[in-house]
Ligand binder design. Structure first.
Ligand SMILES: [Fe+2]
Ligand SMILES: [Fe+2]
Length: 441
């Protein structure tokens, strides 16, 4: 049976057919509307409660207050009778024990409130409701018979304790040596970014030497993320149209996609999930750095590479993924605590090994080391706080990419470390969801 993933900020509407619609929900809310008599149903994956600027039409579907009227009128246009609709709702998870006034921690609850009052105003009964809780879930709408299922998000396979691996340090070094390293040219570019004196003539010169990477960069230029006209055929032309900063991002993304592709399915919760998480985190980190007047390129690079250690541990998680998923998603402990208890080593440890082996720049090393620490050992380092926040936001609001978990107490510390207004947060998350969709397309 084919499954269609409904991404955050989008919906799908159709007649009865052999298809399952599916959305992975953390703080997002999933709403299925069904009109059985007229044979039409839809699933809507709602990211946030309301837009930062209610006056604009930008990304209406990402927000409950502006997207719900669009969803409903599209249902009606496709033949649904509003008087016959029934609603099924899931998601809207809490990030952790929350204080009432903390918007970030209760964003799922706010989205749910908007959905509930919209349904009430339109006299649409809620026949099934499973919201709140602390963990991600999966809502599925079976379009054959319009049945709805909500499950905790985990792999359905069984766990075989016999295959439980506990790598030694030698094993890890061995795994690192088998990975395809980041090419020298990428390191050179990272180093230029760190020094802040990069020369684009030099970068495009280096990139042109590698046909595979050059082709990939041109492909990225066609991605909706960069919103460019089609037909850019050369790196020089890309530089003119993209501008320096975005070309740099395209170059780094091209290298990182290669590196993250080594991860075959332990940490990635969908195809390319680890890469998607990296790019989304990088974009959020860059936006936050801009607000706090910090070097944007450093934030972007550190965001892109913060979880690089996962590509090493991924090899060991793969055979026990279902067991590991269940522990991470159900125990309410942080990912690193669980890694430590299962493997005796964390993706921070393996990230540090990689940073040393590949001689990655210091800012990346510090982001790798600091992004999952529960306390601010680098209290003065705002860049680390930003990476922690970006990692937290992309893992929480755009779940289903890379396996991640932040303990409730840590979440509160992370959020307080980077004070953000509600409007600012909504803007950053709206843009991040657009990037995440663009990476997938
Ligand atoms: Fe991480
Ligand atoms: Fe992460």
């Amino acid at each position: 049976m084919s499954v269609r993933i409904v991404d955050s900020g989008t919906f799908y509407i159709g007649k009865r057919q052999i298809l399952t619609l599916e959305a992975i929900l953390g703080t997002c809310v999933g709403l299925a509307l069904i009109d059985r008599k007229n044979d039409i149903a839809g699933l809507y994956h709602i990211l946030l409660p309301e837009p930062p600027d209610p006056g604009t039409d930008f990304q209406r579907e990402a927000y409950a207050s502006t997207g719900l009227p669009v969803f409903l009128s599209e249902m009606v246009r496709r033949g649904a009778d509003p008087a016959r609709l029934e609603a099924h709702i899931a998601g809207g998870a809490l990030v952790g024990p929350v204080s009432e006034e903390d918007f970030i921690m209760n964003i799922g609850g706010e989205t749910f409130d908007v959905v509930e009052s919209f349904l009430r105003e339109n006299n649409i009964p809620i026949v099934y409701l499973e919201t709140g809780g602390f963990f991600a879930c999966r809502i599925q709408l079976d379009m054959r018979n319009f049945s709805v299922r909500v499950d905790p998000f985990e792999s359905p396979e069984g766990f075989n304790i016999e295959r439980f691996p506990r790598p030694t340090r030698e094993d890890l070094i061995g795994t690192v040596s088998q990975l395809k390293p980041i090419p020298q040219v990428a390191l050179k570019i990272l180093d230029m970014v760190k020094r802040g004196d990069y020369s684009f003539a030099e970068i495009s010169e280096e990139v042109r030497k590698d046909q595979v990477i050059a082709a990939k960069i041109l492909a990225f230029c066609q991605s909706p993320m960069f919103r460019l006209p089609h037909g850019i055929q050369s790196i020089d032309r890309a530089l003119v149209v993209l501008g320096e900063r975005r070309l740099l991002q395209a170059v780094l993304m091209a290298y990182c996609e290669d590196v993250f592709r080594c991860a075959t399915g332990g940490y990635s919760m969908c195809r390319g999930g680890l890469f998607n998480h990296a790019v989304t985190t990088a974009h959020i980190a860059q936006a936050l750095a801009r607000s706090f007047n910090l070097p944007e390129d450093q934030a972007y690079t550190a965001g892109l590479l913060h979880d690089i250690g996962k590509i090493v541990l991924d090899h060991y998680i793969h055979p026990v993924a279902p067991y590991f998923y269940r522990k991470v998603l159900n125990e309410g402990r942080s990912l690193v605590e669980i890694e430590k208890s299962v493997f005796g080593v964390t993706h921070i440890d393996t990230g540090e090994i990689l940073c040393r082996e590949w001689e990655l720049p210091d800012a990346v090393y510090r982001a790798v080391r600091g992004h999952e620490l529960s306390e601010f050992d680098e209290a003065g380092n705002m860049l680390i706080r930003i990476i922690k926040m970006a990692n937290f936001l992309s893992g929480t609001f755009l779940p289903g990419q890379s396996l991640s978990a932040v303990g409730a107490a840590d979440a509160a510390g992370i959020v307080r470390g980077v004070p953000l207004g509600k409007g600012q947060l909504l803007e950053v998350l709206g843009a991040a969801s657009e990037v995440s969709r663009a990476v997938k397309s």
